[in-house]
Ligand binder design. Structure first.
Ligand code: GLA
Length: 396
């Protein structure tokens, strides 16, 4: 009788975990990497702009560093035909030909829609056309969908949001093509708790990081990381990291690296934070005209490897002391990534104690921005970190 009860409990446990992770776990095993059109092109996005991004992705070295998705955001949509099939607008003459072109570069392609009748930009959404749209995306050869709430509030109650997202999640699965499913509803309704169960591979957990050119600052990046991770971490004790893992990721929005007036150190801090958070690395910059130092940040393979670590455990904060923030994440090979952030306005000496990181008394450190082995340390590691900068280490 006891054995039977245990067996029943095990079956129930398996069923629950299958329900919680209903997303296709062969997709987005590591956080998606690529480019998204919104920050650079907004509603001027076109077939030509997307092809140019794919060309630059392949030619610049970004593709070799692991970037693969070329994602069309809002403003590609036209009207529906008499059968209700979604059409692209005049800036996109042939979606299938465009997808074929991007694929011919060894890349993948994504697009955008909304659960409501209209997208955030006021274009045609997928409301009441979910299955039909998913079939169209699959027939065109698309590999990724960002599904943005916006007018969802006009037709759904907030309590129905989950079902609205599930409708498209199921439709994508039924389309027969593996399509990464990216939920965008700004962290409403504690999306991290249910996104995987509706098929989501990633979910925005914040509002837009993007500001009009010139307006986005270093403080926006800090604010969003607080908003996305820290503030919620306090509210929920353990933070959002525990909801993420291979196949399902928190998404603090597109990277600002290479846009705006961030200094090189600020760009590195931003990129390091996203890598520590196992965030999608979707850039929003002009890939064809980036400065070599920006390309250097985006293609730093040692930092990308932290983001893409197959263990998929998001970083957590070890401690914070005024402007100093120390985060760590365990990695698949038994080493750990440790980020020493100085958010302040002047340089700071930072010391980390190995026992606080869970490291043994002796550990070796490698600086991932300097590409330098720093040697072996006992009990602690100390370094000076400039203002608005990070020292990112791999320790073992
Ligand atoms: C919302 C999203 C952005 C972008 C725009 C497009 O604001 O959060 O990421 O997709 O819509 O209209």
């Amino acid at each position: 009788m006891r054995r039977l009860l245990i067996a029943i409990m095990l079956v129930l446990l398996c069923l629950t975990s299958a329900r919680l992770h209903a997303q296709d776990s062969s997709l987005a095993k590591t956080p998606p990497m690529g480019w998204n059109s919104w920050n650079l092109l907004g509603c001027k996005v076109s077939d030509q702009g997307v092809r140019a991004a794919a060309d630059a992705m392949a030619a610049s070295g970004m593709k070799d560093a692991g970037y693969k998705y070329i994602n069309i955001d809002d403003c590609w949509e036209g009207h529906r035909d008499a059968q209700g099939n979604i059409q692209s607008n005049e800036r996109f003459p042939d979606m299938k030909a465009l997808a074929d072109y991007v694929h011919s570069k060894g890349l993948k392609i994504g697009l955008y829609s909304s659960p409501g009748p209209k997208t955030c930009g006021g274009f045609e959404g997928s409301y009441r056309h979910e299955a039909q749209d998913a079939r169209t995306y699959a027939a065109w050869g698309f590999d990724y969908l960002k599904y943005d709430w916006c007018s969802g509030d006009e037709v759904y109650k907030r309590t129905e949001m989950r079902d609205a997202y599930k409708k498209m999640g199921d439709a994508l699965k039924a389309s027969g093509r593996p399509i990464v499913y990216s939920l965008c509803e700004y962290g409403l309704e504690e999306v991290w708790k249910w996104a995987p169960s509706v098929g989501g591979n990633l979910w925005r957990n914040t509002g837009d990081l993007w500001r009009m050119p010139g307006d986005a600052t270093y403080n926006d990046i800090l604010a969003i990381s607080y908003n996305a991770v820290l503030a919620s971490a306090f509210a929920q004790q353990d933070g959002l990291g525990r909801f993420a893992g291979p196949g399902h990721w928190n998404d603090p929005d597109v990277l600002l690296v290479g846009n705006h007036d961030l200094t090189l150190d600020e760009n590195k801090l931003h990129f390091s934070l996203w890598a520590m958070l196992a965030a999608p690395l979707l850039t929003g910059n002009d890939l064809a005209h980036m400065k070599p130092e920006i390309l250097g940040v985006l293609t730093n393979r040692e930092v990308v490897a932290i983001d893409q670590d197959p263990l998929g455990v998001e970083a957590h904060r070890v401690w914070e002391d005024g402007p100093v923030d120390v985060w760590m994440r365990p990695l698949a090979d038994g080493s750990m990534a440790v980020a020493l952030f100085n958010k302040g306005e002047s340089p700071s000496n930072i010391t980390v104690l190995f026992r606080e990181l869970g490291l043994p008394a002796k550990a070796e450190a490698r600086d991932l921005w300097e590409h330098k082995d720093l040697g072996s340390f006992t009990d602690s590691f100390s370094t000076r970190v400039p203002q608005h900068a990070v020292v990112l280490l791999r320790m073992r």
